[in-house]
Structures are given as C-alpha cells and as structure tokens.
Design a protein around this ligand. Structure first.
Ligand code: GCU
Ligand code: CA
Length: 474
C-alpha cells in the first residue's frame, strides 16, 4: 500500500485560524499534529468549526482526528454550512487522552468555501480535536440523497419575474434555513439576494453559464417585517425573497424551519433598523451579509427610539425579550434620541435591558452610537459625538457601564469617528444622505454605502470582542 494520503487530502489544524475552537488550544497530551489541539469547553454546543475548500460540489469524505480519554462517547452533530448533516455522530473512547483516532464520515459540500462544525450534544462537550482532513476533489456521489445533494431542484412556483425575481413563502414568523441555488445551466448571471424589508443577504455574485452555486442562510421572519412599530409600512406576512443584480439567475430555492440558530437581536434606533424605504439604510440590514447559516440577525431596532422608549414600547423590548434563548446575543445601541436623558436615567435604562437579557440567559453587548456628520473644521463636534443637550457624554456612559457590569462594548462611536474624520468633511458625505444623490440631506442617517461601512466596523468589533458570532462570520 503506497498511497500517499497527504497528496489527496488537505489538513486543517484545529489550532489554526480560520478554525474556531470554543474552548482552549492545548498541547498537554502528546501525539497531536501541528502545535496543539482544541480542548472544547465541556458543554452542549461548545463547537470546533473548520473552514475548508472543496474543488467541486458533491459528497466528500472527511476525517477528524480526535482523542477521548474518558470511558463514554462524546457525540457531536456535524453541520455543513450551518445545516446539520449528521446528528450525534459518535466520538468513542480512544483509551487515553494521548491516543488519537481518526473518525471518517461523508458529507455534501459546495464548490469553494464551506464551514464544517462539530457541535457536541452532551454536557461533556467534544473529544479533544486535533485536525480535520478533507479529500481535495469532492466526488459527486450517489451516497448523498437528493435532499442533501448540492444539485439544484429548479425554481419553485413561489417565485415570479425575471429581473428582479421575487419569491413569497406563506410561513409564520420564526427562523428559516433558506437554500438558494444561484446561477443557470445555460446563461451567465449576476445575482444579489435580499429578504423582507430591504434586508441584504448576499451582494451580487457573478456566475458563468453552466455554473450554479448553492448558498445556505438562516433568515429571520418578523411581522411587521421592517420596523417593529410598523413605521414606513408593515410589509407582507410570510417570507419574501428578492433576487436582483444585473442578470438574476435562480435554479432552486428551498425554505425549511431552522432549529435553534444563534440569534443576534438588535435593540436600537433608525441608524440600525430595517428601513423599508430607500435611501435610508440601517446597519442592521447589511449586517446579515456577514453572517453564515446557523446564526441569524433579528432586527428589533426602530426609528426614533431612545433607551427609555425602547424599554417601554410593547412592540419593542417587551416583544423581543421572551424570544431570547440561552447564549443569544443582544446588541444594544442607543444615544441618538437620548437628547435630554440624564446620565443616571441612561444608565438605569441600559442596566434594566442588560439584566433582563441576562435573566433569559442571553449575552448583552453595548454598541456606542455611530457619529453624526457635524464638523467644526476637520474635527467632529460634541453633538456629532453624542454629548447630549444636558451635557451627558452618552458613549462614555456606555463604556463605563460596560466595564462595571462586565458587558462587552463595541465602540462604534470611536470607530466611526476615525472613519468619518479620516475621510474629512467632503468625502464623508457619501456615508450619509446627500441632496444631489439621494434627494435629501441628512447627516445622521446612512446611505446603503454608509450602512455597509458601519456593518464592517461592527464585524471588526465582533472579532475584537471575540463574541460567539465569530464562528459564523462569512
Ligand atoms: C481533561 C483533559 C482534557 C480534556 C478534558 C475533558 O481535563 O486533560 O484534555 O479536554 O479532560 O474531559 O474534556
Ligand atoms: Ca474538554
């Protein structure tokens, strides 16, 4: 037997980025490859996730090298691009923590980048995981049933039109796994995807004739679909999906209920919300372009809300709170409409939200408000930086509250200040709304471009704070 396995496979070490280990990288048990192994936290869901490349779509064999020095199995679900493909796959005892074994299984993959996630199903967590190996050429194979194969099922009757293509599914509010096969057997395409009220899921992708790529997302459906109080329109009940771009091509679309994704709730104002009408765009409606299947953004932000009104309006915090489950993230951004709020009221409103999120097992995250475009010379003014009319520096209050309550803070005020000041008074206009381009001048609200730049800064903050969403960033 002279087959050189390494020639046919690629090894992805668990200790090396882009792999993500919910636990520690250890090296105390001999026999591992590379510089260590993932010792996952001993908890349900404390996963290790690999990001791999496959040359072609189809079924492929994956090997996971692991050690389990206990006397009981450490079962794990195997999720590919956020979709559970194997449930409770056994990682049986290997005899000792320094005895490593390789477990192989067959899963469907897309051509290009895929995530493969091992998510433990018991409170013992995962076995120690050394690496994952993937066959270089995934071979199209009959061992994958049609429902899990990457082959396109064809455009469903729920979709109409050609440019854009619009699809409507009469589902109840909730979270859904949406699989889209983008591209066409006979013609080239350029296709973007958005859902509900202008919520962007995928920026335009170009496909050659004969190329169809499968994309899987988790999508949140709310009613009303834009802003929770219905400002600007309540939309259509159910899930609406729009494929636009210069030549939209769709070869299949399926919608299935999603089983307990990681939900990122957004509590905020008009700079965050799902704005139903262009050109106004909240950063929360672009953030989903950064999130892969298995996690989902649920945007409860609403125009005009302050820390106090968000707490008391029954369509806002009281509607969102009961939905929060253990480990869900709740991003809290207020300031724009706390123009006359005192420091103590601002702190107590935020503290109330933080405590109530924690009561539900959720993870609160404070996001300081993005700056307004108000310059004095080359510097932003105090009003731009959210020092309010009673002299309270609202971002500073959020930072200090974050450190006293041990809540992670994403300092979007500081990040957007650097961005806006570095662009300067003229070039920064494109982030906001300008008469000549948008038909309106507004130095508080973002254009689609500006909202996208804010979403980028959020993603930077999510990585810096190492929030659990990191494992689901695209
Ligand atoms: C021990 C061992 C770890 C292992 C852990 C576990 O602490 O040293 O490597 O991960 O047990 O039970 O998960
Ligand atoms: Ca462990």
């Amino acid at each position: 037997m002279t087959v050189n396995a390494s020639a046919a496979t690629t090894r992805y070490e668990a200790e090396s980025s882009p792999a993500v280990c919910t636990g520690t990288i250890d090296s105390n048990w001999a026999g591992y490859s590379g510089s260590g192994f993932c010792n996952g936290d001993n908890a349900v869901g404390a996963a290790v996730q690999f990001t791999v490349n496959a040359s072609v779509a189809g079924s492929t064999t994956v090997g996971v090298r692991y050690a389990n020095g206990t006397t009981v199995g450490r079962p794990a679900d195997v999720l590919v691009n956020g979709v559970a493909r194997l449930s409770g796959s056994a990682f049986d005892p290997t005899g000792s923590w320094s005895t490593w074994a390789t477990k192989t299984f067959t899963i469907p993959v897309n051509a290009g980048t895929n995530t493969i996630r091992l998510s433990p199903t018991t409170s013992n967590g995962l076995a120690n995981v050394d690496y994952l190996e993937l066959s270089l050429g995934a071979s199209p194979s009959a061992s994958v049933s049609p429902s899990t194969s990457a082959s396109p099922p064809g455009r469903p009757p729920q979709c109409t039109g050609t440019s854009p293509i619009t699809c409507h599914f009469g589902v109840n509010p909730g979270n859904y796994t949406v699989t889209a096969w983008i591209g066409d057997q006979s013609s080239a395409g350029n296709t973007s995807m958005s859902v509900e009220a202008r919520r962007r899921i995928l920026s335009a992708v170009t496909t050659a004739a004969g190329t169809i790529t499968q994309h899987v997302f988790t999508i949140n459906v709310r009613q009303p679909e834009g802003q929770p109080t219905g400002q600007g329109g309540t939309g259509t009940p159910g899930l609406d999906v729009t494929f636009a771009g210069s030549a939209p091509k769709l070869s299949g679309l399926t919608v299935q209920p999603a089983s307990s994704p990681l939900v990122v709730y957004l509590a905020g104002d008009s700079t965050v919300c799902d704005q139903p009408t262009a050109p106004y765009t909240g950063w929360g409606q672009i953030l989903p372009t950064h999130v892969s299947a298995g996690a989902v953004v649920a945007n409860y932000a609403d125009s005009g809300e302050s820390s106090g009104s968000f707490l008391s309006n029954s369509a806002l915090f009281p509607t969102m709170k009961p939905l929060i489950k253990a480990n869900d993230l709740v991003f809290i951004q207020f300031g724009h409409n706390d123009k006359t709020t005192t420091a103590s009221t601002f702190r107590s409103n935020l503290t109330s939200m933080i405590n109530q999120v924690r009561e539900k097992g959720g993870v609160p995250v404070l996001v300081t408000p993005p700056v307004r475009r108000l310059f004095s010379g080359s510097q932003l003014t105090d009003t731009a930086l959210h020092v309010n009319s009673v002299g309270v520096n609202l971002p500073a209050e959020m930072r200090s509250l974050g450190s006293s309550l041990n809540v992670p803070v994403i300092d979007l005020t500081a990040k957007s200040k650097v961005l806006v000041e570095s662009l300067g008074p003229t070039a920064s206009a494109a982030l906001y709304l300008q008469q000549s381009v948008d038909g309106v001048t507004d130095n508080t609200h973002f254009s689609e471009y500006g909202a996208g730049r804010m979403a980028d800064l959020l993603v930077q903050g999510i990585r810096e704070r190492n929030l659990s969403l990191v494992g689901y960033l695209r």
